[in-house]
Design a protein around this ligand. Structure first.
Ligand code: PEP
Ligand code: MG
Length: 551
């Protein structure tokens, strides 16, 4: 039998190709010879940081969606004056210039890593900044994607934003990382590019450069050096996928499941249409607010929303109001530092300190709806209580928006869904945050990635409770977290009574094909199998059997 290593499934699909490891970062040493003129060396360091920050910013302006946001934030890290100050201190103390950069970056990265959560995620971005500045100073190529005439699976300890955004999906056909979690940058960008990814896979270090693997981003397995029979199976599977169904989402027996897209920009909206999305189930509006010193005006927002609405033609769109705070910090809000930002002032809670920002946004959404005639729904993130749901529904109605919903991503809202459902028209379950709060496990932590496995039976049980509470009020339930993009788990969601699924546009085809291959009764049987399973592994196995798939 082929040897395999396991990680966490991060983006669906199967790749069959040789592994190539990300090129190593340049190494510096305290014994390198320091420059003779301190002022010249400081000027060299300043110029190198400026060049690197500029490159990130240029990449950000060419990228779209989450990639643009991530690069923009990394460009800000490279321009951080405190970091450069620390480098100057090192050079003035007689340190070699490039090594002073390595030391300053290590110092700040350690501090960030110690903070945990979203801050720890920034530490790997900061290390990437440091490596690129060092490469610039040493006049060598920055660490990056290896050259290859044939497609390959890119393997790395972890991938920084600058590595992943320049990926050409025709050349890099899969991603494999030793670290990272299912909601890490690697996962988000792999989904955006439509290539499979497995993360948090410590066993990957055993795979030598050039070894062929079967990387399954749906199950999280990596088979090392598959034999001829296995290769043929994979090639046959890929040929079947190429014949995948198109059109609206439905099960084999005709149960309709509208397949919607998660978007964050006009480019995403266009891609969603191209890939057959029946609408947008989650429009993340943060992109408009990122990297600004003040909130965008109502006019500015109206124009940008209208552009996205127009790109969708007559397809409906669900706009989520600003979800700032925690993993999406916005400088202009001037929020005080919090000990534990994921449990702090974020999402709809911002209304307590910045109500005007929310009300202006609702006004802009309404104006854009009027000017385009689009079918628009609005929903609020991070709602926990009936008061919050009631407040949002009232403010949206005052703004003239009639279809109002909430994201269910806090266990309190899930438990009380029958009561919250009396206040709104629909629920959209955000399984990324719901898992985080349900399991008390930071969504950014790679060591806790197993708790974010959608097959954890507690997640399905919570979703079942939400559907139950919603049904009492005739409230529609959709899922827009990453779990909806998992082809087999998507069938389970349908079996649990979820009516719509929203995901990265490139995940639509896999989910559409999975649904087309099963009946509603099989989906229900798979949901029952998950609800009555003991562990995530047992749940996955039992559900696959119920769906008629070999496990
Ligand atoms: C979620 O939490 O599942 C979600 C869809 O929202 P975000 O990932 O933007 O927090
Ligand atoms: Mg969320």
């Amino acid at each position: 039998m082929t040897r395999e290593v396991r990680g966490v499934a991060a983006a669906p699909g199967v790749a069959l190709a040789a592994v190539k490891w990300l090129a190593a970062a340049p190494v510096t040493s305290p014994d390198d010879t320091p420059g003779s003129d301190v002022d010249v060396e400081i000027a060299r360091a300043e110029a190198a940081f400026e060049t690197v920050a500029g490159r990130y910013a240029a990449q950000a302006s060419e990228a779209t969606g989450p990639a643009a946001d991530i690069l923009f934030m990394t460009s800000a890290l490279a321009a951080d004056p405190a970091l450069l100050d620390q480098v100057r201190v090192g050079i003035r103390a007689g340190g070699p210039t490039a090594h002073s950069v390595t030391e300053a970056v290590a110092h700040f990265a350690e501090q960030l890593a110690a903070l945990g959560g979203m801050m720890a995620e920034r530490a790997s971005d900061l290390r990437d900044v440091g490596q690129r500045v060092v490469a610039e100073l040493l006049g060598v190529d920055p660490p990056g994607i290896p050259e290859s005439a044939t497609p390959f699976v890119l393997a790395a300890q972890d991938l920084a934003p600058a590595d992943t955004v320049t990926l050409d999906p025709a050349r890099v056909v899969g991603l494999l990382t030793v670290a990272g979690g299912p909601t890490s940058h690697t996962a988000i960008l792999a989904k955006a590019l439509g290539i499979p990814a497995v993360v948090a896979c410590p066993g990957a270090v055993e795979i030598a450069e050039g070894t062929e693997v079967v990387l399954d981003g749906t199950s999280g397995t990596v088979e090392i050096a598959p034999d001829a029979k296995r290769r043929e199976e994979v090639l046959a599977l890929r040929a079947r996928q190429a014949d995948a169904p198109s059109g609206p989402g439905r099960t084999a027996d005709g149960h309709a499941v509208p397949l919607l897209a998660n978007v964050g920009s006009v480019a995403d909206a266009r891609l969603a249409v191209e890939l057959g999305a029946e609408g947008v189930g989650l429009f993340r509006t943060e992109f408009l607010f990122l990297g600004r010193n003040s909130a965008p005006s109502i006019e500015d927002q109206t124009q940008q929303y209208a552009e996205i609405f127009a790109a969708l033609g007559d397809r409906p769109i669900t706009v989520r109001t600003l979800d700032a705070g925690s993993d999406k910090p916005l400088p202009f809000l001037n929020l005080p530092d919090e000990e534990n930002p994921a449990l702090g002032v974020r999402g709809l809670r911002l209304r307590n300190v910045h109500e005007g920002t929310l009300l202006d946004q609702l006004t802009a959404i309404r104006l854009a709806q009027q000017s385009t005639g689009a079918t628009v729904k609005v929903m609020a993130p991070m709602v926990a209580t009936v008061e919050e749901a009631r407040y949002f529904a009232a403010k949206a109605r005052e703004a003239g928006l009639d279809t109002r919903g909430i994201m269910v991503e806090i266990p309190a809202a899930a438990i009380r869904s029958a009561y919250l459902g009396a206040e709104v028209d629909f629920f959209s379950i955000g399984t990324n945050d719901l898992s985080q709060y349900l399991f008390g496990a930071d969504r950014m932590s790679s060591s806790l990635a197993a708790l974010h496995d959608p097959w954890q039976p507690a997640l399905a049980a919570t979703i079942a409770a939400v559907v139950h509470g919603a049904t009492a009020n005739g409230v529609k339930v959709g899922v827009c977290g990453e779990s909806a993009s998992h082809p087999e788990f998507a069938c389970v969601l349908v079996g649990l009574g979820v009516e719509t699924l929203s995901m990265a546009p490139r995940s639509l085809a896999g989910v559409r094909a999975a649904l087309a291959g099963v009946t509603l009764a099989q989906c229900r049987a798979a949901a029952d199998a998950v609800l009555t399973a003991g562990t995530a592994e047992e749940a996955a196995r039992a559900a696959r059997t119920a769906l008629g798939r070999a496990s």
